[in-house]
Design a protein. Structure first.
Lengths: 247, 354
């Protein structure tokens, strides 16, 4: 029998130990790591590639949903663990995802393991996309954007963003200090950010109005936006009328 | 227009109620002047129908001049003036009506007939006006008492909701289940610590159940309560949490509403410690001044954490409860200095409500 390799993620040491004590009763699971926050979790999951992650929802800085978002398509099978969170429970129920309630009972964990074998033989993905979509639209507008760049995770404060550019399957998020790529669409970004601050000026650009210096004519019927750091971006006709309407 | 005329049904009803007045007046006019019944109808019915509108329109006057014990005389006087004025206008109208009749019928008798019934009409006008005003006042007072009843019902609902919420706010299920999870581990790994958590948890729960019913508790009791809460949190958070208590001994005996301190430290734990992986110090300071008690809670705030957009639910509920207990005499000030989040609560030592 091949054992499933699992990682436990929880910010409280006693909670990790509690879960470990329950999991230890099951031969088919081997715990290959413990993480005490979301940053560690994303890193460990990338490096160790576990089959299974027991993921706490309420954690500092990066919560369980953030971790799931950052893992994107690389996410292994996730078992959500929570003490009590009405919002999370509703979300799991709505998307038919399995979860464990703390303190975790061995009988309940056994059931979860059975379900995993039944419903996800092999390595098919869980239906987490809709869950994430719903979660991302919960606290709109977002005050921060999470970016994963190779092994590192950055938290970009929305107020620091100068502009965002679409680049194929990615968006390039620019601040005064650096640019980061995120696997997302410009339309999603537009939905998540504060519409009073961020304007879609072009099919490929969203700008932060706080960093806009001026808009100048470019050719006969096109314009450019000049940002405070000197960056010049093309403004489409519909983008121009949108920005004039709102200013 | 008038409250009675909002629906056609009401309009019909009013007409039916008014018809005895019309009939009485016609009979009176006919018998007093010796006019034929049909002549009395022509002379009386249209003016009395107009009088109905005068009577209805006094609704607004009544509404504007609600009688109270101290202004009763002035209201009666003013309504008297209104009755005279309205009746005067009405009589003028009725006189013009009789002259119009004469003009179109080419007679000279209607104006004379009007003069015959002038005194009767004047008396009826004033009487009807006062009758209408009386009915209006009756309806207004009925409406007022029904409103007061509804308001009382609303208040009762609100206060019971506040009570329920405060109970919910004192025992967070999240706190309870996380504590039990930690406890389940401790029973195996360190029974001695598990025993301590059991005691603290039962103290905490007992206080929540027993003291929720009290109106005032001492600072000392409140301190015991938050100490059992923080004791459990400290075991869960480990070295992430350091406590620094700075309590003025003289404040211990002072009274305050139950659960005044818990929301303050809960807020600090929730936003200061559960949102960061760093370790920090929670400071609780209680000072006693001649007329007030100052409670200060300070916790570190991690900027990378999810920003706290507004004061949490617990603090908002606390504000509401303190307002119920003290009126406007409490101050709850939330401030942020660099990496510190500070909540200051000032409550008066005297001048509690009731």
């Amino acid at each position: 029998m091949n054992r499933k390799r699992a990682i436990i993620v929880d910010d409280e040491a006693l909670a990790r130990k509690a879960l470990r004590m329950v999991i230890d009763r099951f031969e088919e699971i081997e715990i290959i790591g413990e993480c005490s926050d979301g940053f560690e979790a994303v890193k460990a999951i990338n490096e160790k590639r576990p089959d299974l992650v027991f993921l706490d929802i309420q954690m500092p800085k990066l919560d369980g949903f953030d971790v799931l978002e950052l893992l994107g398509k690389d996410a292994p099978f996730i078992v959500f663990v929570t003490a009590y969170d009405e919002y999370a429970l509703q979300a799991f129920e709505a998307h038919a995802l399995d979860y464990l309630l703390k303190p975790v009972k061995p009988e309940r964990l056994a059931k979860t393991l059975d379900r995993i074998k039944e419903r996800f033989p092999g390595k098919s993905r869980q239906p987490v996309d809709k869950l994430l979509q719903q979660h991302r639209l919960k606290d709109v507008p977002h005050k921060r954007i999470l970016v994963r760049d190779r092994g590192n995770i950055y938290i970009i404060q929305a107020e620091d963003i100068t502009y965002i550019e679409a680049q194929g399957d990615y968006v390039c998020i620019n601040t005064l200090k650096k640019s980061s790529l995120k696997n997302d669409t410009l339309a999603n970004m537009e939905k998540m950010l504060d519409p009073r601050k961020f304007y879609r000026i072009h099919r490929s650009y969203i700008i932060n109005i706080d960093y806009l210096s001026k808009i100048e004519p470019y050719t006969k019927d096109s314009r450019v936006a000049i940002l405070k750091n000197g960056k010049t971006l093309l403004v489409s006709r519909s983008g121009y009328s949108r920005i004039m309407k709102l200013l | 227009m008038f409250p009675y005329l909002r629906s056609p049904k009401n309009f019909l009803l009013i007409t039916v109620i008014w018809s005895p007045v019309v009939i009485c007046m016609t009979v009176l006019v006919s018998s007093l002047t010796g006019l034929s019944f049909s002549a009395a109808v022509i002379l009386t019915v249209p003016p009395i129908m107009v009088e109905l509108f005068f009577c209805l329109s006094s609704w607004y006057l009544c509404k504007a001049m609600l009688p109270e014990r101290k202004n009763l005389v002035s209201i009666i006087l003013r309504q008297g003036v209104a009755a005279l004025t309205m009746t005067g206008i009405w009589l003028l109208f009725t006189m013009s009506y009789s002259e119009v009749l004469d003009f179109f019928l080419n007679t000279r008798i209607w104006r004379v007939r009007f003069d015959q019934v002038f005194l009767l009409f004047a008396a009826a006008g004033i009487f009807l006006y006062f009758l209408a005003a009386l009915i209006h006042y009756l309806i207004l007072s009925l409406e007022k008492s029904r409103e007061a009843e509804q308001q009382a019902l609303k208040n009762r609902l609100l206060s019971s909701r506040i009570e329920l919420n405060s109970l919910k706010a004192t025992i967070h299920p999240h706190f309870l289940f996380n504590s039990l999870t930690a406890l389940s581990t401790l029973t195996k790994t360190s029974p001695e610590l598990a025993y301590r958590v059991c005691i603290q948890l039962s103290d905490f729960l007992r206080y929540s159940l027993v003291y929720a019913r009290k109106e005032w508790v001492s600072v000392k009791d409140e301190l015991e309560h938050i100490k059992s809460y923080l004791g459990i949190e400290k075991i869960r958070l480990g070295k992430r949490l350091t406590l620094d208590f700075n309590i003025n001994e003289q404040a211990m005996a002072e009274q305050l509403p139950p659960f005044s301190l818990l929301p303050l430290v809960e807020n600090a734990i929730k936003h200061g410690f559960q949102q960061t992986t760093e370790s920090g110090t929670l400071t609780l300071q209680i000072e006693k001044y001649p007329n007030s008690l100052l409670i200060l809670v300070k916790n570190p705030l991690d900027k990378a954490a999810r920003a706290q957009t507004s004061p949490g639910y617990g603090l908002k509920a606390l504000k509401q409860r303190l307002a119920n207990a003290y009126g406007d005499n409490t101050k709850l000030i939330i401030s942020q200095k660099e990496d510190d989040f500070i909540v200051k609560l000032q409550i008066p030592l005297e001048g509690k409500n009731e």
